[in-house]
Design a protein. Structure first.
Lengths: 338, 349
């Protein structure tokens, strides 16, 4: 089905709100908790109109009590409800990591499969010039914790499809929405602008090959997909074919799709807006090398935040966060070196 | 599960529950007799002792937190507590599970990490989960309370007159979750009872040195909630106060905070050398504050039962627990494959 079912000029935050509304209508067991999601319709507008439609018991403006309401989600889930929790900025998850990683993530396991935790956590991540405490992505840290699925969409089609799949999932899922995406029109994206009019889901754990190329595999996610596509366009004019893979989720990590690609290109560049060390980029490189053996893989490279808090000044932020220029030079270097 | 959940559930104004009341937890009658409570308390004591037996033999590794001395708090809940109420407990959880009706054998098997355990040995003693009996545990101090809050919220969403009981120790009342839970339960008038077992210590730290203000129960006032402190060694006192707390919460009046002051006879965990409490104090609390002795004496004073009947109750309860322990000991642990199961419900193809 084609043709922007959402129709009209819509931005990502509207698309998210509409998706949540569709899900809440489909499943009356969904309860939405978070700060400023009710009266205001969301700090980023991603819950507009839901309070009016579903009432205060299903769309609950909470006090600033992350630990309390994340723990509440555990009790709600055990009582048979499906909590959707908004953590305004993913940076704040530190406040409530305890219920997230000790209960939401582990209760299924610790109960021998007798307790389901169908909890979805939505949180805003990524750089838009808001410095060290409001710019992190943290998907690597969250992915490190067993029992959590971690999703980061890159385009309008996936913002809806991955969120719907996350809410529908019997497993706990953290969806990290990029702050840079919220206010952009769905039609402005370089990919995924076609939104089916009916409900659909995008399966969790299936990467998307968004551009074909034979010289280099570039694996990334979230807004870095666009930057990578722009860089790939430039590299094409240099005669370098870049295969761009949108991972879509960190857990499950679709290393099989990346491995298949690297088997052909021989080279892997991971572009990640998260911290460099102990994270997604190292994990993916390790898995691909393990899968293919060192002789098939001619080169690997990682471009990520070099383990620094994110600075406030734009001139400094540019030094820290991957951008099109640095993707270009990282790609050229790895291709040139053999 | 859910009725019309789109709007605000109707106000809960009833004092008692509906005409046809759900079953009591532990299969007890609406108004358990003192002898019923005594049977429960003897079972609890025997259960803890059966758990303790696994330590010297090496069958139980890790921490084991037993609650000998605190039986009156748990047994005081019988009667007012219903099987359709939710309970979220702490690391010192066995007695709470017993009063909630969790099957002793599956619980013991879980504590002994056997394949027949509640979680097939994957949870262990501080992670008991029994959804059928609406009971769960967290080993993180304070974290039981927000989970209970979630259950209480669900009770409102369900338009049911079930309530949630969140249990914590004195130490747990110093956590942020205690405040967050009291606050949210109060603003939304949720049917929640917070039961605080004040056994005077958080591991080695005396409650009176680390709790500001006049006391734990007094904190209820700040939230406009019902609050009361009782002698947690006296099962009758606990029963009366707990029934009031439950009535308050079930009646749609918001949260109730019940502080039960009691003694923990053993160390914080099995193996705790417990050097922070004086030997003389420890002896006195066993001599004067043993809730089982208090009930036994009261039963005889009232003349409703005699020594023989009491002895029968005791030996029957102890025998039952002994048989369970023996059966559990004959049961194997989980297969190796069990370690790899149950992380996720859905694994991509
Ligand atoms: C958040 C957290 N901090 C510390 C601990 C370690 N710990 C386990 S029990 C305990 C003391 C709890 O005291 P209290 O709440 O009074 O319960 P009691 O042990 O007396 O029953 C502590 C500090 C923990 N499990 N969780
Ligand atoms: Mg204590």
């Amino acid at each position: 089905m084609s043709g922007n079912g959402a129709g009209r000029q819509q931005n990502i935050s509207q698309l998210i709100a509409e998706t949540i509304g569709m899900e809440m209508e489909r499943d009356p067991g969904i309860v939405f908790l978070g700060e400023d999601i009710g009266y205001s319709g969301g700090t980023f507008g991603a819950s507009r109109d839901l309070f009016r439609r579903f009432g205060e018991w299903r769309v609950r403006d909470t006090p600033i009590s992350e630990m309390g309401f994340a723990g509440m989600a555990v009790g709600l889930a055990m009582s048979g409800w499906r909590p959707l929790v908004e953590i305004m900025f993913v940076d704040f998850i530190g406040v409530c990591l305890e219920p997230v990683y000790n209960a939401i993530a582990k209760n299924r396991y610790m109960s021998g499969g007798r307790v389901a935790m169908p909890v979805t956590i939505r949180a805003a991540g990524g750089c838009i010039g808001v410095a060290a405490q409001h710019s992190q992505t943290l998907w690597g840290m969250l992915a490190h914790l067993p029992g959590l699925k971690v999703v980061a969409p890159s385009n309008p089609h996936d913002y809806r499809g991955l969120l719907a799949a996350s809410i529908e999932s019997e497993d706990p899922v953290i969806v990290i929405e990029h702050k840079d995406a919220y206010l952009r029109k769905t039609t402005e994206f370089p990919l995924g602008t076609e939104i089916p009019s009916g409900r659909y889901t995008v399966p969790l754990g299936k990467a998307n090959v968004v551009r074909r190329g034979g010289d280099l595999t570039l694996a990334t996610l979230s807004t870095m997909v666009e930057k990578s596509l722009a860089a790939a366009e430039v590299l094409q004019t240099d005669g370098i074919g870049v295969e761009v893979i949108d991972l879509r989720s960190v857990v499950p990590l679709d290393d099989a799709t990346v491995t298949d690609s690297v088997a052909r290109t021989g080279r892997l560049l991971v572009v990640d807006e998260d911290y460099l060390s102990f994270g997604l980029s190292g994990e993916l490189v390790a898995r691909v090398v393990e899968n293919l053996g060192p002789t098939v893989v001619k080169g690997v490279s990682r471009l990520a935040n070099p383990d620094l808090p994110i600075p406030a000044a734009l001139s400094l932020e540019r030094e820290v966060i991957p951008n099109e220029d640095r993707i270009l030079s990282a790609a050229r270097t790895i291709v040139a070196s053999g | 599960m859910m009725g019309d959940t789109a709007g605000l559930p109707p106000e809960h104004t009833q004092d008692a529950g509906p005409a046809c009341r759900p079953e009591r937890a532990t299969g007890m009658s609406n108004a358990p007799t003192l002898l019923d409570r005594y049977r429960l308390m003897v079972t609890m004591r025997a259960f803890e002792e059966a758990c303790a037996q696994g330590i010297p033999t090496g069958e139980l590794r890790g921490e084991l937190h037993l609650a000998d001395g605190q039986e009156a708090v748990a047994a005081g809940m019988a009667g007012a507590l219903r099987s359709d109420d939710w309970m979220v407990s702490t690391h010192r959880c066995h007695q709470h599970a017993i009063v909630k009706g969790v099957p002793l054998e599956e619980m013991m098997a879980e504590i002994y990490e056997r394949v027949t355990g509640l979680s097939r040995g994957k949870g262990g003693h501080v992670h008991l989960f029994d959804m059928e009996h609406r009971f769960s545990v967290t080993g993180i101090v304070g974290s039981s309370l927000p989970v209970a809050l979630g259950h209480a919220y669900a009770c409102r969403l369900d338009n049911s007159d079930s309530i949630a009981i969140g249990i914590t120790g004195d130490g747990g009342t110093n956590t942020g979750q205690f405040h967050e839970t009291m606050n949210m339960a109060a603003i939304w008038r949720l049917p929640l009872v917070i039961l605080v077992e004040n056994n005077h210590y958080a591991i080695s730290v005396p409650a009176e040195e680390v709790i500001a203000g006049r006391g734990i129960a007094e904190r209820a006032e700040a939230y406009g909630a019902w609050g009361r402190r009782v002698d947690g060694t006296d099962v009758d006192e606990v029963a009366v106060a707990f029934a009031q707390a439950v009535g308050h919460a079930r009646g749609g009046n918001g949260p109730a905070l019940l502080e039960a002051v009691c003694f923990r006879f053993r160390g914080h965990y099995e193996g705790d050398i417990d050097h922070y409490r004086k030997t003389v104090v420890k002896r006195r609390m066993r001599e004067e504050g043993d809730p089982l002795t208090i009930v036994r004496r009261r039963l005889l004073e009232r003349g409703e039962v005699d020594e023989t009947e009491i002895a029968e109750v005791e030996s029957e309860a102890r025998g039952r627990v002994r048989d369970i322990l023996q059966k559990v000991r004959e049961t194997p642990g989980p297969d190796a494959v069990e370690a790899f199961r149950d992380v996720f419900a859905e694994v991509p193809a």
